[in-house]
Design a protein. Structure first.
Length: 274
């Protein structure tokens, strides 16, 4: 891994930029150094609290056949109120969809009935994607508890317990890199409280944001999630919230109440600033 401190990195940048071979060497520059691959603010590197280096750059999680689904419920799904899904909804073997969410054409509800059908392929892809996200270990940055009010740059963020957004919004800042990736690992739960939002800045793309929770996720009134949320064990609730991404539950159910979903590669239903 590239190791850097802010002072040393700046000195290295001056040397490289003065070199005839600078064009070939720029990709080795740490993030935050002028001319480096990501013009990112220093201070996020887990090793030295200096610069997050290019060696820490992440690749997206491959969603495979789950990519077309905004909701997967391993133990079924429940919809109340005017819930709208601009993406597919799937449930696993012998599970049901309670209620009548509005499905925006051409999207539909799919039931996992036989091996190889669309829902079956989606759940298998979800298993692979969840495992991939949970097992990432490139330059992990430790977080726990409330991340409301923070600005987080691309990288792998790991909580030994839970994460929540409360008191203020969370900003994900790509620093001008359209391929920037965030992965959040949580042992237990993730919560976005009422009126709190995930905000995207400087080219951040919901299609490159992944949340992996070992237990469940809850989104409360007027909250906004950007990215793909993958959960494992218990019921995940979305109440009067906007999801620009996916809520995918491996063996748990998903409860939706007056929520609005759209796929992360589609235009955001939210216009910034709010």
């Amino acid at each position: 891994m590239v190791m850097c401190s802010t002072t040393a990195a700046a000195a290295l940048a001056l040397v490289l930029l003065a070199s005839p071979a600078s064009a070939q060497l720029l990709d080795l520059l740490p993030i935050g150094v002028p001319g480096g691959p990501w013009a990112q603010t220093c201070g996020a590197c887990p090793e030295d609290n200096g610069c997050l280096c290019s060696a820490c750059r992440l690749t997206p999680v491959d969603m495979g056949d789950a990519a077309d689904f905004v909701v997967l419920g391993g133990a079924g799904a429940t919809s109340t109120g005017p819930t709208e899904l601009d993406g597919d909804l799937g449930v696993s073997f012998s599970m049901t969809v309670t209620g009548n969410p509005t499905m925006k054409p051409p999207h539909a509800i799919y039931y996992r009935e036989t091996a190889g059908d669309k829902a079956d392929r989606a759940f298998k892809s979800l298993d692979a994607a969840y495992t991939d996200a949970a097992n990432r270990n490139t330059c992990p940055i430790s977080l726990i508890g409330n991340i409301g009010g923070m600005t987080l740059y691309p990288g792998l963020y790991k909580s030994s317990s839970y994460l929540e957004i409360d008191g203020d919004d969370l900003t994900l800042d790509a620093a001008g890199d359209p391929n920037a990736v965030w992965i959040f690992q949580m042992v237990s739960t993730f919560v976005i409280f009422t009126d709190r939002k995930v905000l995207l800045a400087n080219g951040a793309d919901a299609d490159n944001i992944f949340w992996q929770a070992g237990s469940s996720a809850s989104l409360y009134g007027s909250s906004i999630l950007e990215g793909t949320m993958m959960v494992d064990q218990t019921t995940t609730s979305v109440t009067n919230a906007i999801v620009h991404g996916r809520i995918l539950a491996r063996i748990a159910s998903v409860t939706m109440d007056s929520a609005k979903f759209s796929l992360p590669e589609d235009p955001s239903p939210v216009t910034w600033p709010l």
